[in-house]
Design a protein around this ligand. Structure first.
Ligand code: GLN
Length: 199
């Protein structure tokens, strides 16, 4: 199968880590800052970072509407952390006027894990994987509720947030609250590349 062309939204966030992981998987991966670059994408990654800034920059760089259109048109898209917020149809604890690109039928809560424990890591089971993934959460959102077509791929196994949903898939869209681009486990990116190749 030819390697897919996957863009990484690059106006803000941990772009480099996604590019490296995708490139190592043999993907033609490149940065997306302009509508012409988006037009080249078969699929897109929305990285972790700060969703409020991403939203403002996407507007300022005339990428917001083209992104909404491509996502509605079925472009496979994978959001991590802030990227999950960008893909969510509904958002809690956003800043006033914060908009999302939408497409994923979920409600997310920003910075949901609380200020004291805003960064933590742990091993969690991921649907269909043999062993757990080591998940790094940094001021992460969680998924507060999901629509009927959304598949839950991972939940927090224990602790105060036990049972909270932290990875989902809805058709060609997928999202994680944590950062699979950090570290050397590429299984979640491979899962996305498979989804792109099957779409
Ligand atoms: N708290 C950030 C936001 O609201 C997300 C943090 C992250 O992507 N690591 O966008």
């Amino acid at each position: 199968m030819p390697s897919p062309s996957i863009g990484v939204f690059a106006l803000q966030g941990d772009v480099r880590e996604h590019l490296r992981t995708l490139t190592d998987l043999g993907v033609d991966a490149f940065t997306v800052r302009r509508p012409e670059e988006l037009a080249r994408c078969e699929a897109l990654v929305l990285p972790g970072g700060e969703s409020t800034t991403m939203y403002k920059l996407a507007r300022a760089f005339d990428l917001f509407e083209p992104l909404v259109e491509r996502i509605r048109g079925g472009m496979p898209t994978f959001g991590t952390c802030a990227g999950m917020i960008m893909l969510a149809d509904r958002i809690k604890d956003g800043i006033v006027g914060q908009e999302t690109l939408g497409g994923l039928d979920i409600t997310v809560r920003r910075n949901a894990f609380g200020r004291q424990v805003d960064s933590f890591e742990g091993d969690i089971a991921f649907d269909g994987f043999d062993g757990p993934v080591h998940a790094v959460f940094i001021r992460a959102p969680w998924v507060e509720s999901t629509g009927p077509e959304v598949e839950v791929l991972a939940t927090v196994p224990s602790g105060p947030a036990a049972g909270r949903i932290v990875a989902v898939r809805h058709g060609n869209l997928m999202a994680t609250s944590f950062h699979p681009e950090v570290g050397s486990d590429d299984r979640i990116h491979r899962y996305f590349v498979d989804l792109v190749q099957k779409s």
